[in-house]
Design a protein around this ligand. Sequence first.
Ligand code: TXA
Ligand code: MG
Length: 334
Amino acid sequence: METLLLSEKQLEIAVQLIKGGEVVGIPTETVYGLGADASDENAVRKIFSAKGRPADNPLIVHLADFSDAEKYTSYIPELAFKLADKFCPGPFTMVLPKNDNIPLVTSGGLDTVGIRIPSHPIMHRLIELSERPIAAPSANISGYPSPTSAQHVMRDMNGKISAVVDGGKSHFGVESTVVSIENDNTVRILRPGCVTKEMILEVCDVIVDKAVISGLESNEKASSPGMKYKHYSPCADIVMIESDLNSFIEYVGNHYGDNVYALIFDGDEKNFPYRYMTYGKDSNEQAHLLFQRLREFDDIHAEKVYVRTPSPDGVGLAVYNRLIRAAGFEVIRI
Ligand code: TXA
Ligand code: MG
């Protein structure tokens, strides 16, 4: 069956589909999600099957307000309330101990659940109207770059889900920051996002999990199941180059050929001698554009893409984290 593309005015149709146990593509301020009733095991299984997602990779549960978190968790530490005051609603997910209202299918077999309060008005409305906790992973095929427009979702999910609500382009463009609570005054960043380490440091201490910027050794256990899977990869082979612009140009020149491209910063393109796309001039723009560009490289059948490495500070850490996974941890330092 063909998937429907709904305008936001048709939100009521999406609400009925969610209440009826179906999966709907939904806009959020980070990326598009594949939403279904988090408390309905069969609905959640449909999400895993549409994405081709491994069953042990848990889904984030989206609520309208942090005060609803008590319904789905067994314990909420004081620090979680402090963080929620500051960062909810927004691109921020906290891993908390779950209770029986969240089935193990949703939590990938874990005894914890990621709770997020999205700020996108359409998503917020959808949660309120459906009166359900909404489980939603990013709406891409497992392993592929996340979708930042309804058209991206249609491309990956047409025929596999019931409908996509078109809420325009995603504002941030990378997925939420995921943290676990380490102790009374410390969180661990499991996945960096637009709520940055620097922002969280204004509330408490922060540990950045080692897997955020490097690959796991084969004998290491992942703090978050998502860390161990291949991620964000387009069909093209992505290679990060950490160097100044002149060395980058020289390197690309020495490795140039058919279907080879560069992904460079805005401002690099003057006299740039090879095929390229740009992805913004600062970390916020790079976050907003990265997944769209990775998908565009596939549209033009790029086979190899050399990427200017972003600054890993602030929101840049999220961009760096997505790119290094897209590149299979291949970074060339010159
Ligand atoms: O911005 C976002 O977070 C988007 C939108 C749709 O809300 N959702 C999203 O979900 O990115 P997903 O499933 O693509 O990524 C969630 C990540 C995965 O890497 C997963 O392993 C991790 O969060 N995660 C979820 N629940 C967890 C838990 N209980 N413990 C540890 N990691 C968890
Ligand atoms: Mg994802």
